[in-house]
Design a binder for this molecule. Structure first.
Ligand SMILES: C[S@@+](CC[C@H](N)C(=O)[O-])C[C@H]1O[C@@H](n2cnc3c(N)ncnc32)[C@H](O)[C@@H]1O
Ligand code: SF4
Ligand code: SF4
Length: 348
């Protein structure tokens, strides 16, 4: 069985096929100690749901068989109850993934995270160039704090993921970031789409890389040739463009529930209904889960279909229609096709 086969038979795919809730992302707050230039959070003032409400959601998730709990913010380490929340989730044997800017971590906290056996510490790092990183976070000294957290966590044996939003401001420094990650045995998670803020303020979009040559370089830097080719083989017009909506949910700091933190169509609120009632009963969620590529206007006859990787959430946020395929999306998919041609021609 090669690695493609093992992906095919993964628990995650089983849950997608059977619409079983597998991943739950909780936004614990929107408050933050940084003010990044591209941040999608409009107002960083919400301290999040109370501890007991969070623990109750964790209980519900556990009863439903959720395996992975992803904690994000805002900045989660601003919450004084964070370690207690993690400990509670771990006692239920669910896996904990954290997303943080890393600046508030110290050795004592890192040791506690190690003792709690978290599955992954995800830290946002924008460049190995100190001034570029600090320019993005708008805090001088943040680079040193974040890199200290990364190196200390690695020394303690934690699994660290580096998360990098690739923008016009840092795109040319990505090769150096990859070298840093290689040296530390980490695979960087690079994301090239910069979304509007959650309230549809489009200002972060000015940092989006749009140049075709830069986008192709980005794909060459990030895509794994073998899995890309296998992904193309599996493209099917009757498939859902976003399979995660069939095994994942996201809950924001007000208890509102969405398919994911990039797909902001509200499907319920945990302060009004149970998680199970939302997962099993939300008509809006059912409609999203039933979406197919063929529902998108133009898909059946589109020559780019074999290369397509459509994010309905992005279309919803940017164009208020999760079934709308924009010219911007088409030009991104054209780059994926160009990348494929370079492979076929043996150039890369
Ligand atoms: C909102 S932050 C929350 C967690 C933590 N404060 C951090 O920065 O890692 C989660 C991730 O979203 C990314 N992000 C923020 N605004 C974005 C945007 N407009 N488009 C794409 N990614 C964005 C950040 O770079 C970060 O990696
Ligand atoms: S650290 Fe995270 S939440 Fe805070 S401003 Fe930056 S991207 Fe936004
Ligand atoms: S590029 Fe647009 S029209 Fe073409 S397959 Fe993708 S979503 Fe459909």
């Amino acid at each position: 069985m090669d690695c493609y086969d093992s992906r095919e038979f993964s628990i995650s795919n089983y849950c997608i096929e059977n619409e079983i809730l597998h991943n739950l992302t909780l936004e614990l707050n929107t408050t933050c100690n940084l003010d990044c230039i591209h941040c999608y959070i409009p107002e960083k003032t919400n301290h999040g749901l109370g501890t007991q409400t969070i623990l109750d959601i964790v209980d519900q998730a556990n009863d439903m068989g959720v395996l992975n709990v992803i904690l994000t913010g805002g900045e989660i380490f601003l919450r004084s109850d964070l370690l207690a929340i993690i400990s509670y989730i771990r006692k239920k044997y669910m896996r904990v993934f954290l997303i943080t800017n890393g600046t508030l971590l110290n050795l004592d906290i890192i040791e506690q995270l190690q003792a709690l056996s978290i599955a992954e510490l995800g830290i946002s790092l924008y460049s190995t160039n100190r001034s570029i990183h600090d320019q993005i976070t708008t805090k001088v000294g943040s680079y040193d704090e974040t890199v200290f957290a990364i190196k200390s966590a690695l020394r303690k044996g934690l699994r660290v993921a580096i998360k990098t939003a690739v923008m016009t401001t840092n795109s040319r420094y990505i090769p150096e970031l990859k070298v840093f990650c290689d040296e530390h045995g980490i695979e960087p998670e690079l994301a090239c789409f910069i979304t509007s803020k959650n309230n549809r303020d489009h200002s972060p979009r000015r940092f989006q890389v749009t140049d075709r040559h830069d986008m192709l370089s980005f794909l060459m830097c990030t895509l794994n040739k073998r899995s890309f080719l296998k992904e193309l083989r599996g493209r099917d017009l009757e498939s859902n463009p976003c399979s995660y909506c069939k095994n994942s949910l996201y809950i924001d700091s007000n208890g509102n529930v969405f398919p994911c933190n990039s797909f902001l169509v509200k499907v319920g609120n945990v302060l009004e209904d149970s998680l199970r009632a939302i997962w099993e009963g939300s008509a809006v969620l059912k409609a999203i889960q039933a979406t197919k590529y063929s529902d998108i206007e133009g898909c059946p006859e589109c020559s780019l279909a074999p290369y397509c990787s459509f994010c309905p959430g992005f279309s919803y946020l940017e164009y208020n229609d999760y079934l709308f395929c924009s010219d911007e999306h088409k030009s991104y998919i054209q780059c994926r096709k160009d990348y494929h041609n370079l492979i076929l021609e043996g150039i890369i």
